[in-house]
Design a binder for this molecule. Structure first.
Ligand SMILES: *Cc1c(COP(=O)(O)O)cnc(C)c1O
Length: 385
């Protein structure tokens, strides 16, 4: 019998993590110190991007990205409705207009066929960019998205919050990790405790573009630079210039220390997620009332979430809660949120996402979920279904 509550996701903090934080707390720098650059370097190496910029959460990372990409009032940007609200809100922070493109019924990612239809039904130049989200950890074939983006002159802001370590295999047979900047212009990751790597609050923005990178760095710290190469004037060693309206979106050094320590276990965490996903797959494969996550061979699903679809989702959700299993729903489609309805979105705009929302449930998925706990979850799901 399992008597402790089982959440859908949770962090894993080890003694090494704690030591790394304590060591940084005792050092000279709590913020703006050497741990930031070290975290950025190791994270960029992990996902395979040239540049990484640490920020204090992914939401501000998305905002930095949209500012850096130059989103202006009235700019139209295409966003998936099956995501956390921040993926769309970052367009609104800059006054841009969000246009939702429905999802694929198997992958739950932005449906590339519908994207083509949407782009084709407006004059060229109508849209500025795309925000695809590697939903649940399922990697996009970003090469295909890049082709379309190039055809229409769009930038791609990849919300990779669910997918550190995930990859797809491109047309040349190369493994392309989510957010590596090869096909997307900018990507954003989150280090909220339910995500793969936890720093409390925290995020990372990655890119392969040096100009975008420098702008991200500038905007992260108030739009202020001290770099003599970029100054308009120079009054001496103390001199700095505020050249843009920027922000304080910095991560602290003790959070970066935690991130560096967590990153060392990222691959074993990902392996554990695969094992848990495989066990769920095995248990649900022949059950008529359960739709399992879709997978193909030429990719690695990062399994931030393990989502099933069932007929009576509310019933299953409540039944699991009675057994202290806290499954979750990801997500209420963003276009149906009152704020976006106020801006003109309606029920019926994205029928696939709306249908998916009626049936989806995210089961417990995190590396420290024990086999015994998982068997308990499986047993309760099967009992109900
Ligand atoms: C968690 C999440 C965010 C926001 O991350 P924070 O670090 O909490 O700001 C944005 N997009 C997606 C898809 C997420 O899952």
């Amino acid at each position: 019998m399992i008597d402790k509550a089982i959440p859908y996701g949770r962090q894993n903090i080890t003694e090494e993590d704690i030591e790394a934080v304590v060591e940084t707390l005792k050092s000279d720098y709590l913020t703006q110190g050497p741990k930031i650059a070290e975290f950025e370097r190791t994270f960029a190496g992990y996902v395979g991007a040239k540049y990484a910029v640490a920020v204090n959460n992914a939401t501000v990372g998305l905002h930095l990205a949209t500012r850096t990409l130059g989103v202006k009032p009235g700019d139209k940007v295409i966003v998936t409705p099956m995501t956390f609200a921040a993926s769309a809100n970052c367009i609104r922070y800059c006054g841009g207009e969000v246009v939702f493109c429905d999802i694929d019924s198997d992958t739950y990612l932005m449906d590339i066929r519908k994207l083509k239809l949407l782009l084709g039904s407006y004059p060229k130049g109508t849209f500025k960019g795309l925000v695809p989200v590697d939903f649940a950890g399922y990697p996009h074939d970003m090469e295909e998205f890049r082709k379309i983006a190039d055809e229409y002159g769009l930038w791609i802001l990849e919300d990779a919050c669910h997918a550190p370590g995930g990859y797809f295999v491109d047309s040349k047979g190369v493994k392309q990790r989510c957010g590596n900047g090869v096909f997307s212009d900018v990507a954003v990751f989150s280090f909220h405790p339910v995500k793969h790597i936890a720093t409390g609050e925290g995020g990372m923005v990655t890119t392969n573009d040096k100009i975008l990178y420098e702008k991200l760095i500038l905007l992260r710290t108030h739009g202020i630079t001290r770099n003599p190469l970029y100054l308009y004037e120079n009054h001496g060693g103390w001199y700095y210039e505020m050249q843009e309206l920027g922000y304080n979106y910095r991560l602290t050094d003790f959070q970066a220390a935690l991130g560096i320590s967590q990153l060392k276990r990222a691959d074993t965490g990902l392996e554990r997620r695969q094992i848990i996903a495989n066990r769920y797959d095995e248990a649900f494969r022949n059950i008529a009332g359960i739709k399992m996550p879709y997978r193909t061979g030429d990719m690695l699903h990062a399994f931030h979430l393990y989502v099933i679809q069932v007929k009576d989702r509310l019933g299953l959700y409540n039944y699991l809660r009675e057994n202290k299993i806290y499954a979750q729903v990801h997500y209420v489609p963003v276009h149906l949120q009152p704020y976006y309805r106020e801006l003109g979105s309606r029920l019926g705009d994205c029928p696939v996402a709306e249908e998916y929302y009626k049936h989806c449930l995210s089961l417990p998925m995190y590396p420290t979920l024990t086999d015994e706990e998982q068997e308990f979850v499986i047993q309760k799901v099967l009992e109900f279904v």
